[in-house]
Design a protein around this ligand. Sequence first.
Ligand code: ADP
Ligand code: 5GP
Length: 194
Amino acid sequence: MLSSPSGGGKTTIYRAILERHPEYKYSVSATTRPRRGEEQNGIDYFFLSDEEFLEKIDSGEFVEWAFVHGYRYGTLKSTVKKALSEGDVLLFDLDVQGADAMKKTFPDEVVNIFILPPSREELRKRLTARKTDQPDVINLRLRNAEGEVKKAINYDYIVINDDLNTAINQVDSIVTAELCRPQMQLPILGWGLK
Ligand code: ADP
Ligand code: 5GP
């Protein structure tokens, strides 16, 4: 599970990890936020209207959902169920509320990694350079970053995204190490290796 302030580098990092590990999956969230840039429905997000999102809340289709920067975002139960049943590594890009909720629901399976930008100034630069958000949206996201960073202490890991390659390598190493934990290796502990 990757979290960070907006612009911290989650999307860049999870895309790099998926390129290295095509067998990993990405949990596509639903959102009421308007599509930006090159984003594609069903690949980056399931883009829903408010009505559609509310219907899914009512019919219990979300494992978790939250208001983030003024819009609704949520993880679908169907996505998580499929990954659990197929034993997939599922990468999530969730805000601090979503990461907390997922850890409570799946304490043995979820690993929370907080991606920390090197400074406030660098975060503003990256959000501005990304050119996907208006200045008022960037300011809101920077204000929200203050509270989000305070939650980093509750995560399993903090990765500082200064040099991008170092950050990608660190996330990659964390996932690899976590997959070696005994509880993740249960099927082989009977030694039926072949
Ligand atoms: P998030 O998904 O957390 O909102 P992004 O992955 O979209 O963040 O990154 C925000 C912007 O910062 C993007 O334009 C990205 O290319 C850039 N970026 C990410 N990591 C780095 C880095 N280590 N150094 C410089 N720019 C970066
Ligand atoms: P963005 O609009 O930049 O794509 O995402 C805004 C924020 O929403 C990010 O912090 C991202 O991690 C979070 N987010 C994306 N999908 C979900 C989700 O399904 N649940 C929760 N709780 N947060 C999400």
